[in-house]
Ligand binder design. Structure first.
Ligand code: PLP
Length: 341
């Protein structure tokens, strides 16, 4: 008897979108940059399938596309595209939407690389941008101009962990005629599904929780077929293409993503609680704590806890903080987040 309900998140994470399909259990890594065809018609057909066609790696590749299908299934999106870094995904998204003379409204703070991208766009492409205070959404409407084409969000924000009402933000962006993108790296598609909250594009540094083992650099864009068709053109034109081995490693990681996200979120919450009770800690920044200004909205829109990232302020100033950091034994000093380490 066929099951009468849709596969759940864990099932999609482990099996991908084609649950129960026979064949290789693990997607083969196809080390071929180009593919051959019996006829020219067959070649044109594969080329016309864009990212889904096995034609030429910069355009469509089977190992890369397998992980894209799994990512779309996890997000509940029509489509997903894989990139060789989070910044490649974010910059391709911006390039797919913005022309010279267009304006962006962007939450502040947001990931530093995104801020650098906006500055680059201003200096080289003729884009303009206005940063809006992530803690004061009531002020955002005033930042929109007649030429605002994009509202870019991030929630929770790296590293302040400020969260805001994504549904209300997306509504505002759409009312103002803008496309709404969000960097959902910290929550991951397990923790928060921004497309269902009204955003048009959900963007990721897959280097973080999606990859989860600090051993690959990757980026992802998910959204509707139409939006991603524009991103696909940017990817094809500028060439930020993933490697098949990386795509396979990412697919392998995705199978355990729900388990890892839940464990990471639970660990972060436990650590945040213990730090709150510590006499030498002045303040803990974690949206899972009822004392955090974003707690209520984070609780409403994050599904599996409050993310793997937290911050805290040590009593005694910078010298005391440095002593704590340098005395850490298990937690290692390094850039990035969301790895099992
Ligand atoms: N977005 C966020 C929230 C990040 O933390 C990072 C990296 O730290 C990026 C984007 C950029 O991702 P990548 O380093 O994979 O290009």
């Amino acid at each position: 008897m066929k099951p009468n309900r849709e596969p759940g998140l864990e099932t999609r994470a482990v099996h991908g979108p084609h649950v129960g399909a026979p064949g290789a259990m693990s997607t083969p890594i196809v080390h071929s940059a180009t593919f051959s065809f019996e006829t020219l018609d067959g070649m044109v057909e594969a080329q016309n399938q864009a990212s889904a066609g096995s034609f030429y790696q910069r355009q469509g590749h089977p190992t890369i596309h397998a992980v894209e299908e799994r990512l779309a299934a996890l997000e509940g999106a029509e489509d997903a595209l894989l990139f060789p870094s989070g910044m490649a995904a974010i910059s391709s998204a911006f390039m797919s939407l913005l022309c010279c003379g267009d304006h962006v409204v962007c939450v502040d703070p947001c990931y530093g690389g995104t801020q650098a991208l906006l500055q680059w766009g201003k200096d080289h492409f003729g884009w303009d941008h206005t940063f809006v205070d992530s803690r004061r959404p009531e002020t955002w409407a005033a930042a929109f101009r007649h030429n605002t084409r994009l509202l870019h969000l991030e929630s929770p924000i790296n590293p302040t962990l400020v969260c805001f009402d994504i549904v209300a933000a997306a509504r505002l962006g759409h009312d103002k005629g803008a496309v709404v993108s969000i960097d959902n790296t910290i929550a991951s598609p397990i923790g928060q599904q921004p497309l269902s909250l009204g955003c048009d594009l959900a963007l990721y540094s897959a280097t973080k929780s999606l990859g989860g083992h600090s051993d690959l650099l990757a980026g992802v864009a998910t959204g509707s077929r139409a939006r991603l068709a524009a991103l696909y053109e940017v990817r094809k034109t500028f060439g930020p293409i993933a490697d098949p081995t990386m795509a396979w490693m990412l697919e392998r990681s995705l199978k355990t993503l729900p388990l890892r996200v839940r464990a990471g979120n639970a660990n972060a919450l436990e650590l945040a609680r213990r730090l709150t009770d510590h006499a030498d800690v002045a303040q803990v920044f974690y949206p899972g704590l009822p004392s955090h200004a974003s707690h209520a909205i984070a609780r409403q829109q994050m599904k599996e806890g409050f993310g793997p990232l937290l911050g805290f302020e040590v009593r005694g100033g910078a010298d005391a903080a440095l002593r704590v950091v340098n005395a850490l034994r298990v937690i290692r000093h390094g850039a990035s987040l969301g790895g099992v380490e």
